[in-house]
Design a protein around this ligand. Sequence first.
Ligand SMILES: Cc1ncc(COP(=O)(O)O)c(C=O)c1O
Length: 373
Amino acid sequence: MFAELERRVAEKRKAGVDVISLGIGDPDRATYPHIVEAMQVAVADPANHRYPNNRGREEFRQAFAAFYDERFAVAIDPESEVIPALGAKECIYNLCFAFLDPGDTALAADPGYPVYTGGPALAGAEATLMPLRPELDFGPELDAIAPEDLERARLLFLNYPNNPTGAVAPDGLFERAVELAREHEILVVHDNAYSETTYDGYVAPSFLATPGAKDVGVEVFSLSKGFNMTGWRCAAILGNPDALATYWRLKTNVDSGMFEALQIAGAAALAGPRGAIDEMNAIYARRRDLLVEALRAIGVDVEPPKGTIYVWAPVPSGHTSVSFAELVLEEAAVVVSPGSMYGPSGEGFFRISLTTPDDRITEAVTRLREHLA
Ligand SMILES: Cc1ncc(COP(=O)(O)O)c(C=O)c1O
């Protein structure tokens, strides 16, 4: 489906049509200068050119511990409770290989980030979908999971602020996840890719701040989105030391660690001033408001999200996710992602990303109003 959409976009561009893509969540602004400067110095030092230590530099682990303490009020032991990861994506994939055997299942949100279902499948296991519905504020109904699925479940993937729905963690969800994990011996994996990208005064928590979370869970924290670092591949896994030891045993057989210079730059990012993040969030909030206003003007009933870089909106009646995305492409030459790409419960929705420069967002908004009103 996505390949077909891409083919049509390529065809249009070849024919000279100015297509605006609001499809992919990849920050359009540069990485913050203090991070780039730290990298420039570190990359020039030959001491950083050799194989890295797979457990990570002490200063990288310390920087995470200090960040978690200050930002989330979560105590992290830098020796045993944090390991670098080459992006959240590879970390989630590796967790599937570390914890799932054939016959096991991973509980995965639907709609959700595709690796929560692709990872288990590649590891020879299965994914059990947990529908996210607007009437439950896009939280999974943990108590509706079938007993036989809970029996086979080894992993529970959660992700708030959430891609693709833009939802923030519903009250009580993390607490219930801890209880369930304890009852059924499941490892909770909270994918914290968007905690730094929030609006309207909302401050996203860490799952690890939930009482008992560290007994049953880990959190994957990525610098990709909040620090404009998608290309750098810089993240870490934090939390339960036994789970981290298991993950590490697998990981030492898969890759050879994170480039030392990148660990130094990552530490600088975490220790750096928050001003640049706040400015970026103000830019996203302005784009979000422009888009929400334009969507409402064309009859799309949408709420502005409190977090992430996505607006998740219902397609107008009479359309499927795909037919609406096709209509928007044909009429306005704007690419939106059909919700069904993120799982069966994404049908009836589409996703718009806020990571396109201001002038292009403004142009897209004008076209939506002109062609789809
Ligand atoms: C929920 C979620 N997790 C993880 C990622 C990937 O993060 P990383 O760049 O650290 O691999 C994304 C990227 O879109 C995401 O939306």
